[in-house]
Design a protein around this ligand. Structure first.
Ligand code: NDP
Length: 328
């Protein structure tokens, strides 16, 4: 038997959550059984627990889009009992039971062997948010955005994607400008590696087709008019990595930044990334994300704090990363 956060839907479509005691036989099909040690709270987990944006596709559901733990049983060729593994994406916590549980049964094709540089708790301090930041930084690099090209703006900067993006970019030598709605977090953002902190209101108004060229690149976690303003103010041949929707799903922009400045809008989707790129990401996270900075942005909470944490992340009140100790 094991404990899990379980989402259930009644005949009227109302979704509730509770900490349930489940049997291994309840777990979905898969060729690897994992003893989960840690999971984490991502924005999408907040949406899932609160049944918003149709994140959860079937009920009952154990949410949690990522986890790290130790293989308990495996009939998959790449994993044996005792291996330390990490998983994010592939619909886990959305259409397949996820990480807010002491056990998970999944396809071994979705797992990545956890590099020795990370404990399972550190892996979940990184979590989907940090791994997505790394994907965004890789996209900037692949579009030749080197530190000498100029400032990189990071939006949603006090959140999980933003905090980790600042720490990675800062460590790599970029001049990082953190955009936040929480001016009280300025010292925190500077401690992670931001050279400057701006009020997110500067970027959230209606966007002109083009504005004074300011950014060499961006990691944008919020979308909407903020993303439009960033595109309009991106320098020639710059690159904007778009990964989030915290402000909104709309993008009221024009073609001008693309056809007059050669700006690239790079879409980031962490869910279906092939394993080889995931492994590259985890290797890069091992060298480019300072473990002390990661620890400084992370808190650890028990499984039964999840409903409260879901409200907090959707309200934009979580700072940095929250790890869930599923055995606490
Ligand atoms: P967090 O809640 O931790 O961070 C989001 C941050 O966005 C907040 O902390 C806040 O930062 C800012 N924010 C909140 N509301 C608004 C608003 N109305 N207008 C402008 N800024 C706002 O979430 P995560 O970091 O986990 O995720 C960030 C986004 O990235 C989410 O939309 C998430 O769905 C997406 N995401 C996408 C992935 C992908 O694969 N594409 C993977 C992971 C996340 P501040 O207070 O500093 O302004």
């Amino acid at each position: 038997m094991f404990r899990a956060l379980l989402l259930e839907q009644d005949d009227e479509g109302v979704v509730t959550n509770r900490i349930a005691t489940l049997d291994e036989a309840d777990l979905p099909a898969g060729d690897v059984l994992v003893d989960v040690e840690y999971s984490t709270v991502n924005y999408k987990d907040g949406l899932a627990i609160k049944n918003r944006n149709r994140v959860v596709r079937s009920f009952p559901m154990v949410p949690g889009i990522d986890f790290a733990g130790v293989v308990a049983q495996s009939s998959h060729g790449d994993f044996v009992a005792g291996d330390r593994v990490v998983l994010n994406g592939w619909g886990v916590g959305e259409s397949h039971w996820g990480g807010f549980a002491q056990k998970a049964r999944v396809s071994g094709d979705w797992l990545v062997a956890l590099p020795d540089t990370f404990s399972t708790q550190q892996a979940m301090a990184v979590g989907t948010a940090g791994y997505t930041s790394m994907l965004a930084v890789l996209a900037l690099e692949e579009h030749d955005i080197t530190p000498d090209r100029g400032p990189i703006v990071v939006t949603g900067s006090s959140g999980g994607v933003g905090s980790t993006a600042i720490a990675i970019l800062g460590q790599l030598g970029y001049e990082v400008v953190a955009s936040t709605g929480r001016p009280a977090e300025a010292d925190y953002l500077r401690s992670l590696g931001a050279a400057d902190v701006i009020d997110r209101a500067e970027l959230s108004g209606e966007s002109p087709p083009l504005a004074k060229a300011r950014w060499a690149g961006a990691v944008d976690a919020v979308g909407s008019t903020t993303l439009a303003n960033i595109l309009a103010a991106t320098r020639d041949n710059g690159c904007v990595a778009a990964c989030g929707l915290a402000q909104g799903v709309d993008l009221p922009t024009t073609v001008m930044p693309f056809i007059l400045r050669g700006v690239t809008l790079a879409g980031i989707n962490s869910v279906t990334v092939p394993r080889i790129r995931r492994q590259l990401c985890w290797e890069r996270l091992g060298t480019d994300l300072d473990p002390d900075k990661l620890a400084g942005m992370t808190t650890v909470e028990p499984l039964d704090a999840l409903p409260r944490l879901a409200d907090e992340i959707l309200a934009g009140r979580i700072r940095g990363r929250v790890v869930i100790d599923v055995n606490a």
